[in-house]
Design a protein around this ligand. Structure first.
Ligand code: AMP
Ligand code: MG
Length: 427
């Protein structure tokens, strides 16, 4: 198989995965989920014309000639209903959010009036009909679709759901994700320290990346580079919607991941991407209708997806960002799949070997011209500190031989939950 370009590999992944089915969730648990149904307003809001200010409900026609003295006929607080009709020469004291009484058509701010006595005020400025009145239905009209399926549930959206009294709603299910590390050299986190071993960090870095998307993954542990053991673990992993395996996907004689997943019925879509770090990346699908060979279980009802991630800690994390996260987000119904990008200027020159899209770990600072990006240090795919220190991934086009200090670059932000529709990656 050929080396795929990053954008091509992303396309293959995103065309393969599908939206998961919907499930019901309580409002209190819905933050970050994606609506699987349209939501309609169940009433007009505000329910009637209300005051936008503390002041006086007036008839604008009375104020054509100012100053003018008006009689205050009642006090209307938020939650009260007006008891009287405002006649010419009259007004009502009104609080923010209180209904504008019949007869009145505008609200005069307290600041623009003078109190003459307990029930007389003088108005010194004129105002137009509708001034400082929030018209009935300004927020929403009964029956209007206020939120459409596909909307990500943010705090603002939760406010709208509460407004229309939705306590439970349909959202897209979150994928079940399993994580497996492979390699004879790996030492589990609770094993005693053995100087000849390599601590398994991928399990936990990937766990955190999955958690950042709102999914709680299952950690399958470490499989040794042994075809039979690997097969046992991979079978377990293929019971999930998405299986992330790190290590063992390359061309070494003990890299058994690809042949083993293929033996288990997984159709490989690609296994090499022209990127740095991270090129031995494999992606495959176990189709739902296919029975897992030699397995004693009912056929799967949905496809399972396997990502064979490179073992190098930085590579597996970068591949997660570029391929796995967009796939998981699509399955959960998000339309914004890719990390938000910003333009930055390089703080120093960067040398590059052309041929592969390179993701340089950078720190971002800010000056009066905008973001400034500087490398986090040694960019070896084994140096996880380069990732731990990074605010973002600077994307170098595959044809680039390097950039001078001050050059404008595109950086994917690694923090936060802001995603966008386009990758903005130029290859
Ligand atoms: P591999 O892809 O299996 O050839 O592994 C490439 C490199 O990544 C080797 O140096 C491994 O020791 C290292 N590596 C593989 N898996 C992990 C892991 N789970 N945690 C930390 N390093 C790993
Ligand atoms: Mg290995």
């Amino acid at each position: 198989m050929e080396y795929l370009r990053v954008s091509e590999a992303q396309r293959v992944v995103l065309e393969s995965v599908a939206l998961l089915n919907a499930e019901s969730v309580m409002l209190e648990q819905s933050l970050g989920r994606v609506l699987a149904e349209d939501i309609r307003a169940n009433r007009d809001l505000p329910p009637y014309d209300v005051s936008a200010m503390d002041g006086y409900a007036v008839r604008s026609a009375d104020l054509v000639q100012v100053p003018v003295t008006l009689e205050v006929i009642e006090d209307i607080r938020a939650g009260d209903m007006p008891g009287k009709i405002v006649q010419p020469g009259q007004c009502a004291r009104i609080m923010t959010g209180a209904p504008v009484p019949q007869g009145a058509d505008a609200v005069m701010r307290v600041e623009d009036t003078q109190e003459i006595s307990a029930n007389l005020i003088q108005v010194i400025t004129t105002i137009k009909d509708g001034h400082d009145v929030r018209p009935q239905g300004e927020n929403m009209r009964n029956g209007d679709v206020v939120l459409t399926a596909g909307t990500e549930i943010t705090p603002g959206v939760i406010g709208i759901l509460a407004t229309v009294k939705i306590t439970q709603m349909q959202v897209y299910r979150r994928p079940r994700v399993a994580i497996l590390s492979t390699g004879n050299e790996l030492e589990a986190i609770n094993d005693p320290v053995d100087m000849n071993k390599i601590p398994d960090s991928n399990t936990y870095a990937l766990m955190a990346q999955v958690q950042a998307l709102g999914i709680t993954p299952t950690l399958l542990g470490i499989a040794r580079d042994d075809p039979a053991e690997l097969e046992r673990y991979l079978k377990l992993g293929l019971e999930y919607d998405v299986l992330l395996v790190s290590g063992g996907t390359s061309v070494g004689v003990h890299d058994y991941v690809r042949p083993t997943i293929e033996k288990l019925g997984v159709a490989m879509k690609f296994w090499r991407v022209a990127m740095k770090p991270g090129h031995p990346l494999a992606f495959g699908v176990l189709h739902g209708t296919e029975k897992v060979p030699e397995m004693d279980v009912a056929p799967r009802c949905a496809d399972a997806f396997v990502f064979g991630l490179p073992g190098n800690p930085v590579s597996s994390m970068v591949c997660f960002e570029e391929f796995v996260a967009p796939a998981l987000r699509r399955m959960m119904g998000h339309s914004r799949l890719f990390r938000r990008t910003v333009s930055a200027r390089l703080a120093h020159s960067l040398k590059m070997r052309p041929g592969r899209t390179e993701f340089v770990r950078v720190q971002l600072t800010h000056d009066d011209t905008g973001y400034v990006a500087s490398s986090t240090g040694t960019q070896s795919s084994g140096v996880l500190l380069s990732m731990a220190r990074a605010d973002g991934l600077l994307v170098m086009p595959s044809d680039s031989t390097g950039l001078a200090a001050g050059a404008e670059v595109t950086v994917q932000l690694l923090d936060g939950t802001a995603y966008q529709n386009e990758t903005n990656i130029r290859e």
